[in-house]
Design a protein around this ligand. Structure first.
Ligand code: GLU
Length: 280
């Protein structure tokens, strides 16, 4: 077993991160496996060295030791670009200049039982399909044309989920992708990759076997498994844990500095207290 914790250095780690990190660490250790730390600094406009330093301090304080050198997404930008180019050679990657407002305006009126949003934002109506990859500019996003890649009941990939909320085997059907995901973004404007595209490659390159993270990313697993499959990469087992909520039942976000691990530490909590707070 090889697991990882992959925080973005864009704010302090909070209880939800501690939960993911401790669980991924403990599961790897219990299995005699390895635990990696990856810094997800894909978005260079938001990544900050001071947040990265705080990640190291928090993990050390929690007693979490990682194996091998720290991996950084910013070291993989060339890999993302060359992989995108080779994927584009199959003819399904197209540049897209639609803003969120454009997409909202072009989307069909909501229908009962049909989701408007997927793991990659509002389900894209396909406005820019047909634009040639060769005509892209740096300010375009790059999308994957699912209509060219998934048709009917052809063989599709599946994945295993072992977390408490959704445990089971899931097939990534063409229908699921077309109606609940929509053409995914592989690279955001002026960026080397999108989150989904980058993590799939990063996990494969580091031979991750189990991805352990919060339940808010469960839906993203369908898209990520599909991208793995399209690129001929090995699959992973997913384990999505319960979300840690605040006293009002809201999911914790980066801006909830009151729940920052560093704040608990300053207030005299022990690492054992943190484990108790997340139920471990
Ligand atoms: N950097 C991502 C995050 O912090 C990683 C999510 C994942 O584990 O796939 O949300």
């Amino acid at each position: 077993m090889r697991t990882r914790f992959a925080p973005s250095p864009t704010g302090p780690l909070h209880l939800g991160h501690a939960y993911s990190a401790i669980l991924a660490h403990d599961m790897a250790r219990a299995a005699g496996g390895e635990f990696l730390l990856r810094i997800d600094d894909l978005d260079q406009s938001r990544a900050r060295r001071e947040w990265e330093d705080l990640i190291y301090q928090d993990l050390e304080w929690l007693g979490i030791k990682w194996d091998g050198p720290v991996v950084r997404q910013s070291e993989n930008f060339d890999l993302y670009r060359t992989t995108l180019d080779s994927l584009a050679s199959y003819g399904a990657v197209y540049p897209c200049k639609c803003s969120r407002a454009d997409i909202a305006a072009a989307a069909s009126a909501p229908q009962e039982g049909v989701p408007e949003f997927g793991p990659d934002g509002r389900i894209y109506p396909g406005t820019c399909r047909g634009r040639a990859y060769a005509d892209r500019t740096p300010s375009d996003a790059l999308r994957y044309d699912l209509s060219k890649r998934v048709r009917g009941p052809d063989k599709m990939p599946a994945f295993t989920e072992t977390g408490p909320l959704y445990a089971g085997e899931y097939e990534v059907t063409a229908d699921h992708l077309l109606t609940r995901v929509g053409d995914p973004i592989l690279a955001r404007p002026n960026m080397a990759a999108s989150y989904h595209f980058a993590v799939v490659l990063d996990d494969a390159m580091t031979d991750i076997t189990h991805v352990i993270r919060g339940a808010d990313l469960f839906e993203a697993s369908f898209l990520q498994r599909f991208l793995q499959w399209e690129m001929g990469l090995q699959s992973v087992t997913y384990h999505h844990h319960n979300l840690i909520r605040d006293d009002l039942g809201k999911r914790l976000a980066k801006r909830d500095d009151a729940r920052a691990i560093s704040k608990y530490r300053e207030d005299g909590a022990t690492p054992q207290d943190i484990r108790g707070m997340v139920g471990l």
